[in-house]
Design a protein around this ligand. Sequence first.
Ligand SMILES: [Zn+2]
Length: 105
Amino acid sequence: MPGDAYLALVERLGREFARRRMDKHLTQLRWAWPQLTRWREDEVIEWLRVFRVPPFDKDYPLQRTAGGCPRCGKHEGVWTRLVFPGGAKLTCASCRQAWVVERAL
Ligand SMILES: [Zn+2]
């Protein structure tokens, strides 16, 4: 990904952290600026996918209340992969679907 496009994504992630009052993450992101040594590109994109910031807004299905896997419906074997204020990213061990549970902001 070209440098300018990547920096634009980092800026969007910073705005999203600020909007969600994730101060620790925002500070970490700012301290990494401009070298961005601590935040790999795949980490930045993963957060944008979790927050469903376009063009990554279709990558993970969204649930408003915790239920089973949105693909196969199983409840067992569901793992929490990442948490943030008001939500989490989950994965299903059976079908490997990943999704986000988040209450409405
Ligand atoms: Zn599943």
